[in-house]
Design a protein around this ligand. Structure first.
Ligand code: ATP
Ligand code: MG
Length: 283
C-alpha cells in the first residue's frame, strides 16, 4: 500500500491546531520542530511540515496527497485542488483598511488610491469585480505599517480581532473574503480508500467538538416535554432510576445553542444535569 502524505504548516498560526486535529484522529507521530517529515506509526501516512504558502502547490502537483491550509492561501495561489472539509479553526477575514484620518465612505472612493497587500491576486479580482481601479502595491509583510510610512493610502490584510489595525491607526473599511483552515486534496488522487478513511476520522473529531453529551434526571411525568426539547436526536436513551417515577435521559446536544437548551430543559423539570465532552462521533 502506498503511504499517504499530508502537508501542514511547520510553524505559525495553523501549526498547533493542525497537529492537534491529526493527534485527535488517533495518529501517532513525533512533532519535531526541526524535521520536515514525520512518519505516523499507526497509519500509512507521513506528515510534511511546510511553509503555508507552499502547501496548495505541493498538493496540486501530487507531492502531498492532502494539505491543511487557509482558504486565503489557496485562492491567492490559484491552484486546482479539491476542498475536502472545512476545519473550523484559523478563522479570519481579508479586509481593506484605511487610516482613521482618511475621510472616505464608499468603496468607489478607492479608485486611484494605492493599496498595499500580500494578497494581490485576491484583491485584484475583488477590485475588478467592483469596477474599481486602484494601484495594488504588493509587499511581503508588515502591511499594516505601510500607510504610516507613506507607502500606500490603504491596506488589504488578514484580520481576526482587529487589534493590529487599531494599534496602527487603521480602521476596517471593506470585507474582501472570509477564510478558515480547510483540508484539501489533489483532484483525481489514487489512494482513495485511505483518503476516505482519514476524512471520516477528521469528520468524527469535528462532529464531537460541536456537541456535548448530556445526562439529566427527570420525573417520568415531564419526560414528553423534555423529549420535545431534544430535536435532532432520533431517540434519547431513557434509563429508570432507583427512585420510583424518575428516569435519566442521555442525549447529545449541539454546542451552538447549548446554554439556551439547558435552561429550557431545567424549566421543563430536568435536574442533576451532567455535561461531558465527546471524543468522537462515528456515524
Ligand atoms: P508561513 O511561515 O507558514 O508562511 P505565515 O506567516 O504566512 O506562515 P501565519 O501568520 O502563520 O502565516 O498565518 C497562517 C494562516 O492563519 C493565514 O494564512 C490565515 O489563513 C490564518 N489566520 C488566522 N487569523 C489570522 C490573522 N489574524 N492574521 C493572519 N493570518 C491569520
Ligand atoms: Mg505564509
Amino acid at each position: 500500500m502506498k503511504t499517504l502524505k499530508i502537508a501542514i504548516q511547520k510553524s505559525g498560526r495553523l501549526n498547533e491546531k493542525s497537529v492537534e486535529l491529526l493527534k485527535n484522529c488517533g495518529l501517532n507521530f513525533e512533532n519535531y520542530k526541526s524535521s520536515l517529515i514525520s512518519p505516523v506509526s499507526n497509519f500509512p501516512l507521513e506528515i510534511l511540515f511546510l511553509r503555508d504558502d507552499d502547501i496548495p502547490e505541493y498538493v496540486q502537483d501530487g507531492i502531498a496527497d492532502l494539505g491543511i491550509v487557509g482558504e486565503n492561501v489557496i485562492q491567492e495561489t490559484e491552484v486546482e485542488v479539491s476542498y475536502l472539509q472545512k476545519l473550523g479553526f484559523g478563522k479570519c477575514s481579508l479586509k481593506i483598511a484605511v487610516p482613521n484620518t482618511l475621510p472616505i465612505k464608499n468603496l468607489s472612493e478607492l479608485d486611484g488610491k494605492s493599496i498595499a497587500t500580500t494578497y494581490p491576486v485576491i484583491l485584484g479580482k475583488f477590485l475588478k469585480q467592483k469596477g474599481i481601479e486602484s494601484d495594488i502595491r504588493t509587499i511581503s509583510g508588515s502591511v499594516e505599517i505601510s500607510p504610516g510610512l507613506g507607502l500606500s493610502d490603504a491596506i488589504c490584510d488578514l484580520v481576526s480581532t482587529g487589534g493590529t489595525l487599531k494599534s496602527n491607526g487603521l480602521k476596517p473599511f471593506a470585507d474582501v473574503m472570509s477564510s478558515e483552515a480547510v483540508l484539501i486534496g489533489r483532484k483525481g488522487s489514487e489512494n482513495e480508500d485511505l483518503i476516505k478513511e482519514l476524512i471520516q476520522r477528521v469528520q468524527s473529531v469535528l462532529r464531537a467538538k460541536e456537541t456535548k453529551y448530556v445526562v439529566l434526571n427527570v420525573e417520568k411525568a415531564h419526560l414528553p416535554e423534555i423529549i420535545k426539547l431534544l430535536p435532532g436526536v432520533k431517540s434519547p436513551s431513557v434509563v429508570p432510576l432507583a427512585e420510583e417515577g424518575w428516569v435519566a435521559v442521555h442525549t447529545v446536544i449541539p454546542e451552538r445553542d447549548f446554554w439556551e437548551r439547558i435552561s429550557q430543559l431545567k424549566q421543563a423539570g430536568a435536574q442533576g444535569i451532567v455535561v461531558m465532552p465527546i471524543e468522537k462521533i462515528i456515524l
